[in-house]
Design a protein around this ligand. Structure first.
Ligand SMILES: [Fe+2]
Length: 449
């Protein structure tokens, strides 16, 4: 190890130990001057010439050893996925189901999904959809143990900056992508959902993409289109009916990775969350079932941030925070990632608006590259609980290294290079004795109400 890398490591360890103690003087507003905005990409056109060519393929985790494959064909085609571990050979298969939806004058293609498995961990599988020989896809299953690498980014859209973000993600070695809402920015134009599916297919067919909804997924029009989330729920079905605590609703769910070492909560900012609602009651049950003696890290995703010093969307996450923050702190949730605000911001460990060594680190990562542009106006002076903020596009990576440490890095789209512009070690709250005084009660840590 070189002297400079030794010093860097020492600084990172120092940062980890000091994370909950950041003084106000370390609140940083980045001086980075970003490049100009980039236009929306032309819609990626349908290349399904025979009506049965699979397109918009994406995969999602279902339980510890299964994967859901979702794809679309223009015309009727069998909902079958054939797969194996050798290219061109598919000894295994699973048959799922097909749905469609209509939205005003738009009629979707045939949306198929099938759950395949059991699968071996850390293994590359080759697969084809609808028995169509023209396209072979492949993915790597996540590891069954730590370390585990997430990419986290929200508010994608489909602009030149989205393409830049996707290119940087594609160059990363990661196990699963977490998306805290606002996917396509279709904004009622349903062909944009199809275009988004084609844009992300190279990545989303190769690694699981786990998403929760943002406001751009609602797409509700009074009287003529009263059902919210119609396209989102039809196209991006998540494992709400799997896992230890099924939620029964595609708008919020949870799942485990790395053999249960990491528990991920995908919460719904745009469905009821107040005490007594179905989501609240599910969250209580879900957190009570997490055994922090076995689960090193618990992370949560929401769309509207609960902490935000950007002038954009001020206060929009406050009601949800008021309803659920106590539950998350009680379960010693380690980090909360949000989207919605088109910028990057990392907070200290917080609870109730103040620094709290047993509260989660909050991060806003709504900077995938959408057409609405960046949120550049901040509240000044920067609140002391805000550790770093910058209005640039980019993506985040959370590498859970072991049962006590996870490394969070934010990669800014610096022109066309991905540059690490912020990083911090996050230590597991389950491993912090000061936050878990009653060790015998760790199974249902501090779920009091
Ligand atoms: Fe949003």
């Amino acid at each position: 190890m070189t002297r400079s890398s030794s010093m860097a490591l020492a600084l990172l360890v120092l940062a980890a130990s000091a994370l909950s103690l950041l003084p106000a003087s370390l609140a940083v507003t980045s001086p980075y001057v970003r490049p100009a905005t980039r236009p929306t990409l032309p819609l990626l056109q349908d290349d399904d010439d025979d009506g049965q060519t699979p397109q918009q393929v994406h995969i999602s985790i279902v339980g510890p050893d299964k994967m859901r494959v979702t794809w679309i064909t223009d015309d009727d085609a069998p909902a079958i996925v054939e797969y194996g571990t050798t290219p061109g050979q598919y000894p295994l298969s699973a048959t799922g189901s097909t749905t469609t939806y209509s939205y005003l004058l738009y009629h979707s293609g045939k949306i198929h999904d099938a759950v395949i498995g059991p699968l071996q961990p850390s293994t590359t599988y080759y697969y084809r959809c609808s028995s169509n020989p023209s396209r072979e896809f492949s993915f790597r299953t996540p590891p069954a143990t730590l370390p585990f690498k997430f990419v986290i980014v929200g508010d994608f859209g489909q602009t030149g900056w989205t393409a830049s973000t996707l290119k940087h993600i594609a160059a990363a070695d990661y196990d699963a992508l977490l998306l805290p809402g606002d996917l396509s920015y279709a904004d009622l134009i349903q062909t944009r959902w199809d275009s988004f599916g084609r844009l992300v297919q190279p990545l989303a067919s190769a690694r699981p993409w786990m998403v929760t909804e943002g406001n751009h997924e609602i797409e509700k029009i009074p009287v003529v289109q009263p059902e919210p989330f119609r396209a989102y729920n039809a196209r991006w079905r998540m494992p709400y009916d799997a896992g230890a605590t099924p939620s029964g609703d595609n708008l919020y769910y949870s799942f485990d990775v790395a053999g249960g070492a990491v528990h991920v909560l995908m919460l719904g900012s745009y469905t009821d969350y107040a005490a007594g609602t179905a989501q609240y009651q599910w969250l209580r049950r879900d957190l009570a079932a997490v055994d922090r003696r076995k689960t090193a890290f618990v992370v949560a995703l929401v769309h509207a941030p609960w902490y935000n010093s950007n002038r954009a969307h001020q206060g929009e996450g406050d009601a949800m925070r008021g309803a659920m923050e106590e539950l998350l702190r009680g379960a010693r949730v380690d980090a909360v990632f949000a989207g919605h605000v088109h910028a990057y911001e990392r907070f200290a460990r917080v609870y109730g608006g103040k620094e709290d060594p047993c509260g989660p680190v909050h991060v806003t990562i709504g900077d995938g590259g959408n057409r609405e542009g960046l949120a550049e106006k901040y509240i000044d002076p920067q609140p002391s609980i805000s550790a770093f903020r910058e209005a640039s596009f980019g993506h985040g990576r959370l590498e859970v290294v072991n049962a006590t440490h996870a490394l969070w890095t934010w990669h800014r789209n610096d022109d066309d290079q991905a540059v690490v512009a912020d990083q911090v070690w996050i230590t597991s709250l389950a491993a912090n004795p000061a936050c878990n005084k009653n060790k015998n009660n760790m199974r249902t840590v501090n779920i009091q109400n």
